[in-house]
Write a protein that binds this ligand. Structure first.
Ligand code: SAM
Length: 156
């Protein structure tokens, strides 16, 4: 189910409330949200945009004009905003090609990239949360990096 703008705003404010200081939110958007901007979703939060990763799905998707192949992961950080000592991996490119392995969910995200991202900003045993977990790709990524996963989805 597509979330309404109101629900997205409430999710992001809730995530902002429980993130550790300098903690990260990896927010997946399509190209339309990327172009139109997500600034108003951050109202009343201490989150700011600190990076962007483009995912090349290596597939030939749908589209009225060009055919979709990319998705975008906006990297947000809670205050205090800093990279040194918080983002510990320096080998993640900002364009990543990865085929999907979690079949059965239309909007599944790449497990390898998510594992790299979550391990760049957390330590073993830390909690990683996905409140709209879909295919539970974040669960797979978190477990393979020794993180503790909390998550759910409207559809189970
Ligand atoms: C883009 S998909 C998530 C993809 C997921 N990260 C993955 O890797 O598969 C968005 C998900 O949000 C869920 N969703 C929509 N509204 C929700 C709500 N109010 N609470 C929890 N989940 C919700 C949908 O069921 C859908 O599976």
């Amino acid at each position: 189910m597509q979330m309404s703008e109101d629900i997205i705003g409430r999710f992001i404010r809730g995530i902002d409330r429980v993130l550790i200081p300098s903690g990260h939110l990896f927010l997946w958007v399509d190209k339309f949200h990327l172009c139109q901007g997500i600034g108003n979703w951050l109202d009343e939060t201490s989150l700011s945009i600190v990076d962007l990763v483009t995912w090349d799905k290596d597939t030939f998707g749908m589209g009225y004009r060009t055919r979709r192949r990319g998705e975008y992961c906006i990297v947000l950080q809670r205050e205090p905003r800093k990279a040194k000592g918080v983002w510990t991996a320096h080998n993640i490119p900002d364009v990543v090609r990865e085929k999907i392995t979690q079949r059965g969910h239309t909007h599944a995200k790449p497990v390898g990239l998510q594992g790299d991202l979550l391990s760049a900003v957390s330590n073993e045993g830390d909690y990683v949360i996905d409140p709209a977990a879909g295919s539970f790709s974040v669960l797979t990524a978190a477990e393979s990096h020794g993180r503790t996963f909390l998550g759910c989805d409207l559809n189970g």
